[in-house]
Design a protein around this ligand. Structure first.
Ligand code: GCO
Ligand code: MG
Length: 401
């Protein structure tokens, strides 16, 4: 089954997405998400200028071989641009294999290990009262797990606090540089979760994203302060270039720790996993080398009591979400999947078989990934340059985002 063509589709139905479409000699095609928020065109060029010409004529059935060919063959390894490009090709090949064999991808990955995929939604508010209301709306919609973020008094534009229930961090106009204070944040956040627990009781899973903003010892303090409110996880407590940092957090708190949405390979997290200094690994299909590589990370994690918790913000396209759901359903050590519904225009451009129902998701049984792209409609939404905000401390120093 030779690959006879491929293209990169860049569109912006609500936000920017980069999608790879690979075509085979028998007319079957596969899709892969290649979106790297704020740096989209770099991946589009990597794929269109350098990768797709190499795929012409190769056997689409040899997924692992093509993965190794693109990874080892480039000489330049890892990094977000390379690994996102490889991920897109990998997902498209799994999509093709599923379609060729007439089965959904999760069946190729060992079949379902569970009935459905537990997901968490994003609640946020400008005040604690607003955040309580937002969490309440998710509970009413059937969610069993909710991430809660709240504006920090004295700071404008706190990370993760959206307008309405749809949060989109990338800004299409000028670059945004909001100010940040870890002191104010640390003094405030425990009161948010004290209130949420008092209102919603012990059974609702509550999550929180720190977005890499604290030092390890500050993160230890936050984790300890949140212990009475038993969070499902504290996400990205500190930047993770230095994997050893997490040992210190671990020594100070029993609050479960999740990290990994910016990781690109198993080499970014193997020490964290082997040291058992985290509880959830958040790597996902599009930024960590595709379905093939994500499964290897999940297998390593399984040995060390670490469960998966894949990134699933709106900048990961429906093609990535579909692929993630197939992995989630099949791996034994699945933990939870992040789910932010996409804009209506995004869903129209990417019709899909996956569905949300009662706090869980199902990838569906359509052969392959179960997601398509309406190329004509996509062409009516041209790319629009957009950037993530850059955080600065109150004195103007650039801070971790
Ligand atoms: C999350 C993330 C997102 C990211 C965004 C970056 O937990 O969902 O932190 O909000 O900021 O996906 O591209
Ligand atoms: Mg996050």
């Amino acid at each position: 089954m030779r690959i006879v063509g491929g293209k990169v589709i860049v569109c912006s139905p609500g936000r920017n997405f980069v999608t790879v479409k690979l075509e085979t000699e028998d007319g079957i095609y596969g899709l892969g998400d290649a979106t790297l928020n704020g740096r989209e065109l770099a991946v589009a060029s990597y794929l269109g200028d350098h990768v797709l010409p190499l795929l012409e004529g190769r056997d689409a059935r040899r997924i692992e071989d093509i993965w190794q060919f693109l990874y080892k063959g480039a000489y330049w390894r890892r990094g977000p641009v390379t690994m996102t490009a490889i991920a897109a090709v990998d997902a498209a090949l799994w999509d093709i294999k599923g379609k060729a064999l007439g089965v959904p991808v999760y069946q190729l990955l060992g079949g379902a290990s569970r009935d459905a995929v537990l997901v968490y939604g994003h609640a946020s508010g400008g005040t604690i009262d607003e955040t309580v209301d937002a969490v309440g709306r998710y509970v009413a919609a059937g969610y069993h797990a909710v991430r809660a973020q709240c504006s920090v008094p004295g700071l404008t534009d706190t990370y993760g606090v959206g307008r309405g229930d749809h949060y989109e961090p990338a800004v299409r106009t000028q670059l945004h540089e909001p100010r940040w204070s870890s002191t104010r944040y640390l003094n405030f956040v425990p009161s948010l979760f004290e209130r949420l627990r008092a209102v919603f009781g012990p059974d609702l899973h509550l999550l929180h994203d720190v977005h890499h903003r604290l030092t390890p010892i500050e993160a230890g303090r936050l984790g300890r302060a949140l212990e009475p409110h038993h969070l499902f996880w504290m996400e990205d407590p500190t930047p993770a270039e230095n994997q050893e940092s997490f040992r210190l957090i671990r020594q100070h708190t029993t609050t479960p720790i999740a990290v990994g949405e910016v990781f690109n390979s198993i080499f970014d997290c193997h020490r964290l996993i082997e040291d058992e200094s985290i509880d959830y690994i958040r790597t996902t299909v599009v930024h960590a080398g595709g379905i093939s590589h994500l499964r290897k990370i999940a297998s390593l994690a399984e040995l060390h009591h670490v469960r998966t918790g894949s990134h699933g913000a709106t900048d990961l396209s429906p093609v990535c979400l579909a692929a993630a759901l197939h992995v989630d359903l099949s791996v034994h050590n699945f933990g939870i999947q992040e789910y932010m519904p996409h804009a209506a225009d995004t869903d129209r451009v990417f019709p899909h078989a996956y569905r949300f129902e009662g706090g869980v998701m199902y990838p569906g049984d359509t052969p392959g990934l179960g997601v398509d792209i309406d190329e004509e409609l996509a062409a009516t939404f041209p790319y629009q340059r957009a950037y993530l905000p850059v955080a600065r401390l109150t004195d103007g120093t650039v801070h971790d985002w």
